[in-house]
Each structure stands twice: as C-alpha cells, then as structure tokens.
Design a protein. Structure first.
Length: 256
C-alpha cells in the first residue's frame, strides 16, 4: 500500500438521481481495504440516498458534495451551503473542477474563497487543477498549475490544511471525458512537479502528506499503471464511476 494511502473518488457530475443512486450502491462490489478509501460525489439530490444506502449496507464509503457555496446562508438562489450539507452528514467537498471553471466562470479568487470557507467550516476538500490541450502543447503545464495553486499556497488557512484536510486532483482538461489519458510517464512527471512545488512552499513533511489524485478518462484498463506511479495516490473518476461494475473493477486493482 502507498505511504499516503489510496483514494478512489467517483464524480457523478449531473448523473444518477436518487433511484439510480440506490441501484448503484446495491450492485456495487465492495470490500474494505486497509489504507484505501472509496468516495462518491453524487448530485445534491442523491446525497441523502447515497448516505442511506451506504449506512444500510454497513459499508465504509465516504459521500461528498460536488460543489459548495462559500456563504453559510443568504439570498443565493439555487445554491447549497456548508451547514446544509453538514446537517445531512456530508463532510467532504469537491472544488475547482475544470467544468466549474469553464462553464460557471469560477475564477481562482472564487475557488480560493470557497476553499477557505470549506476548510474553516470543517470540510475535507479535494481541489482540482489542470491545464488545457493548448497549454500542454505550449509547454505551459507546470506554469498553469503553479498559477492555479499560487493563491491557495499563499493563504494561511489553506497552507496549514494541506496533507490533512486539503488534497489535490490533477485533471488535465484535454483528458476529461475524451477517452484520451495522459500516459503513466506524463502523469507521474506532472504529479512529481506538483509535489516539488508543494515541498518548496510547505516543506517536505507537509508536501509528502498531500494526496494527489489523477483524473481524466481513468478506466480499469489504465488505472493499475497509473496507480503504480510513486506520486499518484489514486483517481478522481468520471464516466467509469457511473457503473458499479467498472467502479468496482477500479477498486479491485488497489492492493490491500
């Protein structure tokens, strides 16, 4: 098992209402693995069903929210706050996903505000970062990721949380939902660069404690090779997390 453990996280995005969520957990093959964590990020409407399904089956599976509003309450139509999530038993949140940046105009400042608020409210945050295909072709991957993390690393709340309640998911935008995956060598090189950046900013002990997941067309066919890389601590999975067979197959590739 990896020294930081392994996190297999499924991001359902705008899929699986309550009925489909219930069916998913009924069919999901699962056995507890020491040092490994399974987590699912359903839609808001399916959070309670997912929690109930996991509890009824006695399974140690974490359920997190895909989004979060920085304010605890107020006139923000259509938004969901931290206290609302905590009331039903949610303590993990996914932030900074490229789709939030691209389709909902979430800037680094907005994402930082959400991240700080979530951490201050006691949530564990998985923060997503990643470059576009044009940026990778231009050799700007490290520059882009450094820019995306700059304000987070400089913030005292965030810098103190790295490795405990704040972890990273590297998702190259060009690989999300495209069927194109970074090769293990490409992914490892980027993860190693991120680890080096964290070390320079936080020190070796804190940097070594940060889980960095890979996301971008992760499948049972490539997850094993990705997981074998020393700086890849698991996967943030989109399409393959929607079917219990494929997500269960990913889980089976994690050594206990």
């Amino acid at each position: 098992m990896k020294p930081r453990g392994v996190l297999l996280a499924g991001n359902w995005k705008m899929n699986h209402g309550p009925k489909a969520a219930q069916d998913f957990f009924r069919a999901l093959p699962y056995s507890k693995k020491p040092g490994a964590t399974m987590r699912i990020y359903p839609s808001y409407l399916s959070l309670a069903t997912a929690l109930d399904s996991v509890s009824a089956a006695g399974r140690d599976i974490e359920i997190g929210a895909q989004n979060f509003h920085a304010e605890k309450s107020g006139a923000f139509t259509g938004e969901v706050s931290g206290p609302m999530l905590q009331e039903i038993g949610i303590h993990q949140v996914l932030l900074g996903h490229s789709e939030r940046r691209q389709y909902f105009s979430e800037t680094p400042a907005v994402i930082l505000n959400k991240t700080v608020s979530a951490l201050q409210q006691g949530f564990e945050v998985l923060l997503c970062i990643g470059e576009t295909l044009d940026e990778r072709k231009a050799g700007q991957t490290v520059e882009v990721l450094t820019h995306q993390l700059k304000s987070t690393l400089a913030d005292p709340t965030c810098s103190a949380a790295f490795g405990t309640s704040l972890h990273l998911a590297y998702e190259p935008v060009w690989a999300i939902g495209t069927g194109v995956t970074a090769t293990p060598a490409q992914a490892q090189a980027t993860h190693a660069s991120l680890r080096s950046l964290l070390t320079r900013s936080l020190g070796e002990i804190s940097a070594d404690a940060v889980q960095i997941l890979y996301g971008g067309s992760v499948t049972p066919g490539n997850f094993g090779e990705l997981l074998a890389c020393p700086d890849i601590d698991g996967g943030l999975v989109g399409g393959a997390s929607l079917k219990p067979e494929s997500f269960g197959a990913l889980w089976s590739l994690i050594s206990s």
